[in-house]
Design a protein around this ligand. Sequence first.
Ligand code: HMG
Ligand code: MG
Length: 308
Amino acid sequence: MEVSLYEVGPRDGLQNEKEIIPTSLKTELIERLVSSGLKKIETTSFVHPKWIPQLADASDVLHQIKRKNGIVYSALVPNMRGLERALESGLTEIAVFMSASETHNKKNINKSIAETYPVLREVVEAALAKNIKVRGYVSTAFGCPYEGEVSPAAVIQVTEELLRMGVYEVSIGDTIGVGHPRQVKEAFTALIGQCGAERIAGHFHDTRGMGLANVYAALEAGVRTFDSSIGGLGGCPYAPGASGNISTEDVTYMLHAMGITTGVNLNELVKTGEFMEQVLGRPLPSKVLAAMKSKQKGGENENEYTGC
Ligand code: HMG
Ligand code: MG
């Protein structure tokens, strides 16, 4: 079995950092992620720089990275102004986003759900007309920081609306990490039944330590694309309490150990995670990063059991 990992660390990760990371280090991170074998990278975000100052250098990042053939470099785009900026940066894929709950949608992008549809429809149509692929996100799919429970019907409705617009895949976001495996399996089974497995991806934040269990539950339901973030960086500044995504190192380790291929080189990922720890000056949440960096120092590799 093969699973595709969509790396969101440079966007979802860095949007939540207090310090603004220099552009040159962001580009180095993206290039290291590509060298680790990741094929799809969400590099930055063309949202309003006042809303997310951490990613105000989006255009510079995209102009400075040395792009490689066969790699998908993507970015978040909330509206037509964002699309104009993305086009100037030469992107071939973008992602639009909205929430399944009204209050998070309003706090995050300043519009009701009904007001958001025509904005995104225009973006998707304009992007497709220029041969730009469009991915979609549905946030707060398993719970909203303002409203609490979110109904599975609301998630399916927003997902289907995005697919009707022409996005090729919708990533279902547990923005504040409240979902649990039974809920995840039921929700993804229903979504896949309605929309098809090839159209649905999972985006889990590990706020309550449910991340990998939720990946497993979604895998069982048939999901084959997961978003993850190097070191477990991440969060949403407009969702109080949201913390990092599932770590790319952790999910890669789990999938490889289960005999599932990803095309990613775990040893290289760990080096990239260590690079980010040095950039940020603190340990990152990834458990596999913590375990393997010490092992790598001792010259061991990921498959060796050391009895401790
Ligand atoms: P707004 O203030 O309602 O925008 O913000 P507006 O359309 O009223 O325009 C106001 C001014 O902003 C205008 O300038 C526009 O040109 C300018 P003026 O005429 O006054 O000089 N403007 C822009 N400038 C640059 N780039 C743009 C842009 N758009 C308008 N794209 C907006 C609406 C959507 C822009 C704002 O609310 C915003 O940027 N929100 C983004 C918040 C965000 O990035 N949140 C985190 C990402 S979502 C997430 O993390 C969840 C996810 O990971 C999945 C999960 O975990 O569930 C994806
Ligand atoms: Mg997220």
